[in-house]
Design a binder for this molecule. Structure first.
Ligand code: A3P
Length: 300
């Protein structure tokens, strides 16, 4: 039986701004509001994702593509510092003093992005993942949230996710919002599953989009260093350094399983049917295809 999660518990860990929820232990309403006026450069690159869709993975790929020192191991800079989150910036990194090209990460919905994006048209890479695997990954991630002394049980979290009352807001709104407004931006859409299926062509696609020419050897190095196995033990990529008051390592890890189709191990038949119904209602005819399982290759 799902717990009745009162608004009080949700408001303890999140705050709502214009329909989207933010993690209150790592940011504030003022920080999010101020982003509207963030100075944007044409040469900037923004990685945009809904949480648990492959953000830290793509951070590693972009960090490797843009920095030879990251590829050959001569530079020891954590990915979070190479491409900081704009709305989660607890160390107050000064974005304006960074040399171009600047790389940024964000979970923002399209309508909360800096205003200058539409005039400067920087490059945006939007990575999305099938929402059932996002849900499962998110459920495990929530266990790491320090202010949540008692993590939500599966059924409770399922309901919160479906109704969009989680960090990042509704998956359905995030993905459909970015997708239907894609022509307003300079954007490359990628999916977690295409990266998982065959990383090399995905890396090449990203290189082409960001206009960086790497030879075959360098591409192979990017692919090798961005595998789940490599990243899991790479302290620059695996977020192990985060303090326990931001993400509690005793209770979980960022690189958990890294698979497609894990939802089948936890969702009940009834939950799956309900999910499909909501998916149909919310995503309608949007021509966006997801791979729900790498073996079956069934898309929807
Ligand atoms: P799981 O919890 O299903 O394992 P985000 O970075 O957006 O928070 O997404 C986290 C998810 O991406 C986690 O999914 C994590 O394991 C997965 N991930 C991270 N690096 C990966 C990699 N190199 N290959 C495959 N999956 C990866």
């Amino acid at each position: 039986m799902a717990k009745d999660v009162s608004e009080e518990v949700i408001n303890n860990i999140l705050f709502n701004y214009k329909g989207t929820y933010f993690a209150s232990w790592v940011t504030s309403l003022q920080v999010v509001k101020d982003l509207e006026h963030m100075e944007v450069r044409e040469s900037d690159v923004f990685l945009v994702t809904y949480p648990k869709s492959g953000t830290v993975w793509t951070q590693q790929i972009l960090s490797l593509i843009f920095n030879e020192g990251h590829r050959n191991g001569t530079e020891k800079i954590e990915n979070v510092n190479r491409m900081p989150w704009i709305e989660y910036n607890p160390n107050n990194i000064d974005f304006n003093s960074r040399p171009s090209p600047r790389l940024f990460t964000t979970h923002l919905p399209y309508y909360l992005m800096p205003r200058d994006l539409k005039s400067k048209m920087p490059k945006i890479i939007y990575v999305c993942r099938n929402p059932k695997d996002v849900l499962v990954s998110f459920y495990h991630f929530y266990k790491m949230i320090p202010p949540l002394k008692e993590p939500f049980d599966w059924e409770t979290f399922f309901n919160l996710y479906i109704s969009g009352r989680v960090m990042g807001g509704s998956w359905f709104d995030h993905v459909s919002g970015w997708y239907t407004h894609k022509d307003d931006f300079n954007i490359l859409f990628m999916t977690y599953e295409e990266m998982k299926k065959d990383l090399k062509p995905a890396v090449k696609k990203i290189c082409k989009f960001v206009d960086i020419n790497l030879d075959e050897e360098a591409i192979d190095l990017v692919v090798e260093k961005a595998t789940f196995k490599e990243m899991k033990q790479d302290p620059l990529a695996n977020y192990i350094f985060l303090s326990n008051d931001i993400a509690d390592k005793q209770r979980g890890v960022f690189l958990r399983k890294g698979t497609v189709g894990d939802w089948k191990n936890i969702m009940t038949v009834a939950q799956n049917e309900m999910f499909d119904k909501v998916y149909k209602e919310k995503m309608g005819d949007l021509p966006i295809k997801f791979l729900w399982d790498l073996n079956e290759e069934n898309t929807s």
